[in-house]
Design a protein around this ligand. Structure first.
Ligand SMILES: NC(=O)c1ccc[n+]([C@@H]2O[C@H](COP(=O)([O-])OP(=O)(O)OC[C@H]3O[C@@H](n4cnc5c(N)ncnc54)[C@H](OP(=O)(O)O)[C@@H]3O)[C@@H](O)[C@H]2O)c1
Length: 281
């Protein structure tokens, strides 16, 4: 299959390019394919004429989005319109990567694909607007708390902080599913190659708070997990500009009910990543 990946320089994008190894992959990073540039997107997609476009490009700086909604909507919503429009012209299926932040987090149970979204942040609203640019034949993958070997993410941050401070504090009132970019890319590959359609929640399994996750990271690195102490989001100083959903646990219901094996518990890829970061930090 010929596949074009947007956001190919990002932490997920780089794993996606690798996951489609063996197929014809065209990697469009920010420099070569700015999704806000309609002409550039149309030209790139119509020249390549892929069978599928995995659209992973996004402005993911959640707090910065709060201060610049125009930029958030330009990249995450209008950029997705450009990608969807270009893909339509060459008959390519779009797979759009969206976020747990489309939910406000007030539901006590995990969110299923059929729950109504109600984003609390600019980032979440702009990604939901992107979802709404897609044709019904598209694949929509919502994921959460993405970590991996490329780029910045919480595993690297936690390990860095552990090297700098004796005691670490993390919030204990935001829960989600940590998801590892290589596992996520593998599932996206499967959904694309099987030409599935519709909305899928795709995460690693194992719901934790950030506090519990930070402890798991230290434990995986052979460090003392009790060095991590819990705090409440309300006690963060300074408070973060964008509200986070207290519950962003995504039930992978469409996969589960469809009999597709879910991604493993996060401890498995976490162990793999920590070992890899040790070898080459
Ligand atoms: N990270 C998470 O926890 C998380 C959670 C849920 C969903 N997601 C979604 O997963 C996808 C991948 O995220 P990620 O974690 O891989 O984030 P990432 O590392 O920030 O990757 C996003 C990529 O998009 C690029 N980009 C930004 N603006 C662009 C533009 N105008 N045109 C083209 N490319 C542009 C970025 O390039 P520059 O760095 O050069 O700007 C970056 O390489 C995104 O759609 C995100 O919304 C992420």
């Amino acid at each position: 299959m010929r596949v074009l990946v947007t956001g190919a320089g990002g932490q997920l994008g780089r794993e996606l390019v690798q996951a489609f190894d063996g197929h014809e992959v065209v990697a469009l990073d920010h420099a070569r394919g700015d999704v806000t540039d309609r002409d550039a997107v149309l030209q790139a997609v119509t020249t390549v004429a892929p069978e599928a476009v995995v659209h992973a490009a996004a402005w993911t700086a959640v707090d910065a989005c709060e201060g610049d909604p125009d930029r958030a909507y330009r990249v995450n919503a209008l950029g997705t319109r450009h990608v969807a429009d270009a893909a339509r012209r060459v008959g390519a299926q779009v797979c759009f990567v969206s976020t747990d932040y489309v939910f406000d987090g007030s539901k006590p149970e995990p969110y299923v694909e059929w729950d109504p979204p109600n984003p609390a942040s600019v980032y979440g609203r702009s990604k939901l607007a992107g979802e709404r640019e897609l044709d019904p034949g598209a694949i929509l993958v919502r994921t959460s708390w993405v970590c991996g070997r490329h780029g910045h993410n919480m595993v690297k941050t936690i390990l860095r902080l552990a090297g700098e401070h004796d005691e670490l504090t993390f919030v204990d009132d935001q829960r989600g599913h940590p998801t590892f970019a290589d596992d996520l890319a593998t599932m996206i590959r499967r959904l694309v190659l099987e030409r599935r359609r519709g909305l899928y929640h795709v995460t690693n399994q194992g719901a934790v708070s950030w506090f519990e996750f930070a402890r798991a990271v230290l434990d995986a690195a052979g460090l003392e997990p009790n060095r991590v102490k819990p705090i409440a989001t309300a006690d963060l100083d300074p408070p973060r500009p964008a509200p986070r959903p207290p519950n962003s646990v995504l039930d992978n219901a469409a996969l589960r009910l469809g009999g597709v094996a879910l991604l493993p518990h996060f401890s498995e890829p976490l162990g793999r990543l920590v070992a890899e970061l040790r070898r080459s930090p």
